[in-house]
Design a protein around this ligand. Structure first.
Ligand SMILES: [Zn+2]
Length: 354
């Protein structure tokens, strides 16, 4: 595998700004990469970027990865130019204080801030004890009035993310703010590349859906599935690696360094047994490590896809990432490579159950 190619692409994807409904920058990066490999490419009215590689047996395969990440949205600007925000997607309120923030103005340029935090000297005992709710945090963008904030371009409705650039933590381990689900996007890009290179063959029409708005309730993939009307679908994810202190073994949805994660059941879908069996079979014949995601944690776009139309056969393969929905997700590189290897074989054989 062309490792430097994939690592630098993951860096670009993870650094890109893309809270739900504001994924333009992510779509732009992906479009530029995959355009030469696909026959059709368009963005639908919700913001799903949909690519097609036609096959010849008249059956449709939908591959999905979501482009959005969790973020924030400015909901109020006070007279001194402090911003209050609403959350986009599933946050833990303890995540916010002290972090740097990137915001995007309505005119499309970036401005920067920090989530202000009172030092312990001025916190009341109750605040120290209970913590602070997200709605009580504020963003300081360095101004001293509402007018100055407006001059910077700040306005109600501006989206924001926590500002953490990609880096290598040590050899084989990377950290970035949005591996959920840019690592899924990378998997999907890798599949299209393998098809283009002739390394992966299928007779099915392959629709790649880079889905919008997964983090706010799987909103993009369902309508995309309605339009594509697939015979079978697979969602690719970066999921809840929890093999670290404080989480007992029987409560770890999956673990890093143990290979791709096959979903049996999560909160959004119960995957039909023939899909789980096919994925398991592929991993076994390849000899790649694999694991099942412990039921029933999290939810994925397989959840909204399988309920589209009259019901669609759908499953999910994910790369284990630690610390998702925090400013720093980590990835063990061989987990990604093994996920892509497994995904290729599954795509090759999926016609057996479609
Ligand atoms: Zn996700």
């Amino acid at each position: 595998m062309e490792r430097t190619y994939y690592v630098s692409l993951l860096e670009k994807l993870s650094n890109a700004f893309g809270p739900s409904n504001f994924e333009d920058d992510v779509r732009e990066i992906i479009s530029e990469v995959i355009r030469p490999w696909v026959k059709e490419l368009h963005t639908d009215s919700l913001g799903n970027l949909i690519a097609l590689r036609p096959g010849k047996n008249g059956k449709r395969l939908m591959l999905d990865a979501h482009t959005d990440e969790i973020g924030m949205m400015v909901r109020h600007i006070d007279a001194r130019g402090f911003l209050r925000f609403a959350t986009i997607g599933g946050w833990d309120d303890r995540m916010f204080p002290g972090h740097r923030v990137t915001l995007k103005s309505r005119r499309g340029h970036f401005y920067y801030g920090i989530v202000g935090m009172a030092p312990p000297h001025v916190l009341s005992p109750a605040q120290k004890e209970k913590g602070i709710a997200a709605e009580d945090y504020f963003i300081d963008i360095g101004v001293n009035s509402a007018e100055e904030a407006a001059e910077l371009g700040a306005s109600v409705g501006d989206p924001a993310t926590l500002a953490y650039p990609f880096r290598e933590l040590k050899q084989d381990v990377y950290v970035g703010k949005a591996f959920d689900d840019r690592v899924g996007c990378l998997t999907l890009i890798g599949l299209l590349k393998a098809m283009h290179d002739g390394e992966l063959k299928t007779d099915m029409d392959v629709y790649a859906n880079f889905a919008t708005s997964e983090e706010i309730g799987l909103r993009g993939a369902g309508p995309a599935a309605f339009g594509i009307d697939p015979h079978v679908a697979i969602a690719f994810e970066g999921t809840i690696g929890s093999d670290f202190p404080g989480v007992p073994e029987e409560k770890r949805p999956c673990a890093q360094r143990k290979g791709p994660v096959i979903t049996i059941a999560d909160k959004s879908v119960m995957v039909p047994r023939r899909m789980v069996d096919l994925m398991t079979n592929c991993a076994q014949e390849l000899g790649v490590p694999y694991q099942y995601k412990m039921p029933v944690y999290g939810g994925t776009n397989a959840g909204s896809i399988h309920q589209a139309r009259a019901g669609i056969l759908a499953g999910c393969i994910a790369t284990p990432c630690r610390y998702i929905h925090s400013p720093n997700t980590t990835l063990y590189w061989p987990d990604f490579e093994n996920t892509l290897t497994l995904a290729k074989r599954v795509v090759e054989r999926i016609h057996e159950i479609a």
